[in-house]
Ligand binder design. Structure first.
Ligand code: SAH
Ligand code: MG
Length: 200
């Protein structure tokens, strides 16, 4: 799928950041598979799959598909198109399936569960982890703690929605970014709110 088509899919990944995801995914999938936390409707996973396929590598993507706090009814990012009125819940899984069926090469592996539950049972070391799940401090920190240990040396940790200025956005992704820098990660590249860190 070409970038302008991916850009039309529902999601929270602007094109310039998506293109960076593809580039980093190509580089770091040579080290191991890619893990995404927060599939939503598959937009970022499809950018990741474009890079990973060049190394014949998989992109795992985890989401319980109940949406984050801000996607719930009456909240800022509520979207009636992904609300299941019959069951009175957000459900992004049908649109994820529809979107990944549009790509030619099937290297995306959706995992329908809570990210922390999967982490506790996950053994395989990863080339890159992309954290874009819940944005409360607790959720982001849980994802950082659970998944950063599963990245191979010289692999990457990518974090989305980093806002240094609290007026521009929530601070949880920025806090885990800073935490990673105090641990064994250093910045490889930064594109707008998206940071790619290398594990030393
Ligand atoms: N990466 C997507 C956007 C993700 S939005 C894109 O760029 O388009 C964040 C997603 O994280 C939501 O779909 C929500 O359901 C999911 N999420 C939040 N907390 C989670 C958790 N603990 N486990 C699994 N998924 C979670
Ligand atoms: Mg995001």
């Amino acid at each position: 799928m070409i970038d302008s088509e991916i850009d039309k899919l529902k999601g929270f990944m602007p094109k310039h950041e998506g293109i960076a995801l593809t580039k980093w995914s190509e580089k770091f999938s040579s080290i191991g598979p890619i893990m995404e936390i927060g599939s939503y409707c598959g937009k970022s996973a499809i950018y990741l799959s474009k890079g990973a396929i060049l190394n014949d590598q998989l992109v795992y993507t985890i989401d319980h598909h109940f949406g984050s706090e801000e996607h719930q009814i009456k909240e800022e990012y509520f979207d009636s198109e992904i609300f299941d009125y019959k069951n009175q819940r957000v459900n992004t899984l049908p649109l994820l399936i529809k979107n990944i069926n549009k790509i030619q090469v099937k290297n995306i592996v959706p995992i329908v569960s809570n990210s922390v539950d999967i982490a506790s049972k996950w053994d395989a070391k990863l080339g890159m982890v992309f954290i874009d799940g819940g944005h409360s401090f607790k959720a982001a920190n849980n994802d950082y703690v659970s998944w950063s240990t599963k990245i191979k040396k010289n692999g990457a940790l990518v974090i989305h929605d980093i806002f240094e200025n609290p007026d521009e956005g929530g601070q949880a992704p920025f806090e885990i970014f800073q935490k990673a820098l105090k641990n064994n990660f250093e910045v490889y590249e930064r594109v707008d709110t998206l940071a790619c860190l290398i594990k030393n």
